[in-house]
Design a protein around this ligand. Sequence first.
Ligand SMILES: NC(=O)c1ccc[n+]([C@@H]2O[C@H](COP(=O)([O-])OP(=O)(O)OC[C@H]3O[C@@H](n4cnc5c(N)ncnc54)[C@H](OP(=O)(O)O)[C@@H]3O)[C@@H](O)[C@H]2O)c1
Length: 225
Amino acid sequence: MTTIGVIGGTGGQGFGIALRFAQVGENVIIGSRTIDKALAAVEKAKELLGDIPNIQAATNPEAAKAADVLVLTVPLAAQRDILLSIKEGAAGKPLLDATGPLESCIGGSATRYIDLPEGSAAERSQSILPDAKVICAFNTISQSWWLQLDEPIDCDCLISGNDEDAKAFVTPLIEKIPGIKVVDCGKLERARIIEKITPLLIGLNIKNKCQFGGIRITGLDKGRA
Ligand SMILES: NC(=O)c1ccc[n+]([C@@H]2O[C@H](COP(=O)([O-])OP(=O)(O)OC[C@H]3O[C@@H](n4cnc5c(N)ncnc54)[C@H](OP(=O)(O)O)[C@@H]3O)[C@@H](O)[C@H]2O)c1
């Protein structure tokens, strides 16, 4: 069993990811800036999933230390401070980064992307925590899907990262969640493309008055020798 620490696991995206990993039997730690908020999220998780033992609460730094794999689900504006707070625990571990560089982080529209000097939010995470194995992940799956607990998730999970072993380790872990197929898009700099899909999907959701816009990559097996 893998222990997954969700940093910012009290928000919509992190809480949904935590529920899904707990549902498939992984050990999950919901991280927060405050232990009370993490405990309240665990209570809520147990209301939804039953009184299961494999979901716990911790502050973000403690969650990072105790986990084998980290998931980062905090707003861009909080990314640097939160990452610095988990620096010790994150060293040497895969860190699945969902951070979206959306204009809403600076008071604009969630359907617009903002360019970052590092190239992408995931590359920014890697520059803040050079010892972590940062993998861009989960940007193309909305919280609505994670929270639809009785349904498989009809989305691919596009990932990118520089550490091939870390990607090979997290791929079957993510694919334990029903419905998800992981698509390895290459080196971390591919996050510059993956992260742009989030505001596109938000715009499509608004246009179609729905919450489940997602993406599937097709044809990768067709005609394979
Ligand atoms: N929601 C989605 O559908 C979705 C989809 C794709 C990508 N993402 C990305 O995933 C990340 C999390 O999204 P979200 O919707 O879950 O965000 P959120 O609910 O606004 O925030 C998640 C958590 O971040 C923590 N946090 C730390 N510093 C904060 C600060 N300065 N201001 C506000 N919260 C702070 C809070 O936890 P504590 O107060 O407990 O510390 C909060 O519960 C974002 O970067 C987003 O772009 C989200």
